[in-house]
Design a protein around this ligand. Structure first.
Ligand SMILES: [Fe+2]
Length: 280
């Protein structure tokens, strides 16, 4: 488990703060919607009040000796080159796509696709990608590597004055779920692991979110006062198209419902001290 304290100082006039959860890009797969990734990355990069967490399965990472390898599943740019070190090429491509948000991305998590590459091929695509995104800056490379799971505390200020304080638990996710409801249930189970404000996971390629409100009694010398605490749950979504013209990937072969492409954003209203979760 990793822990990070993240300080963000916004302009005095800021009235909101946004956190985008970018999940399951699978860069290198023919099913990866690189255009949509580029559009969302550009949108994040243009906003001074937006930060991002990248939730894993950033690259496809299925090398030529992997039993799952299928030449037809490669994105066109990987078909006419030496693919001996395919995962490295994909980590390089990922770094290029993500470069515009180097200052906006607070954490990058390992997905099961990076994990297989790391364990079977003695090459860590996360470390390589982060070294490309933050060249020569070991501290930033380490700080941004949230590995398999991280509790991050965000302390947001406006012109140096406290404005927002919340905790996130982010992890790629495990297991299988063929429905949105199942993915959300998996996300809600994270509340059994740790007590934070927002839980986020990817892996299931299902974009769905929910929130729950719990009572929180605030005590002082005279007794208790009823207060509330809202918890958000985000199954982040993906950039892996299930159906393509002329090619049947594993999703089509298993007759999965088409994936809803894109990310999820948590918008914090700094004046009302509340948040909303929506599609990005
Ligand atoms: Fe994935």
């Amino acid at each position: 488990m990793e822990t990070r304290l993240i300080r963000v100082d916004l302009d005095k006039s800021a009235d909101h703060f946004s956190l985008v959860c970018v999940g399951d890009m699978h860069i290198g797969s023919v099913n990866c919607d690189e255009d949509k990734i580029a559009r969302d990355i550009s949108r994040i990069a243009k906003s001074q009040t937006t930060r991002a967490i990248v939730i894993g399965d950033i690259i496809e990472g299925i090398n030529t000796s992997d039993p799952r390898f299928d030449f037809k599943s490669l994105a066109p740019q990987f078909r006419n080159c030496d693919i001996t070190n395919l995962s490295q090429l994909q980590a390089e491509a990922a770094a290029e796509l993500l470069t515009p948000i180097t200052e906006h991305a607070d954490g990058f998590l390992i997905g099961n696709h990076e994990d297989v590459v790391f364990r079977k091929y003695h090459y860590d695509p996360m470390v390589d990608m982060l070294a490309r995104l933050y060249p020569g800056d070991k501290y930033q490379q380490h700080r941004r590597n949230w590995k398999y799971g991280c509790v991050a505390r965000y302390k947001v200020t406006k012109g140096g004055m406290p404005a927002l304080d919340f905790e996130v638990y982010a992890t790629h996710g495990t297991g299988s779920s063929s429905t949105k409801e199942g993915a959300l249930k998996k996300c809600k189970k994270l509340a059994e692991v740790v007590d934070v404000d927002v839980y986020m996971c990817g892996h299931h390629h299902k974009r769905i979110h929910d929130s729950e409100t719990q009572l929180r009694v605030k005590w002082n010398g005279n007794g208790g006062r009823v207060g509330h605490r809202r918890k958000g749950f985000v199954s982040t979504g993906a950039y892996m198209k299930t159906y393509l013209d002329g090619y049947a990937g594993y999703g089509e072969r298993r007759t999965y419902a088409p994936v809803e492409i894109g990310s999820t954003v948590i918008d914090f209203d700094l004046d009302a001290n509340t948040f909303d979760i929506s599609n990005y």
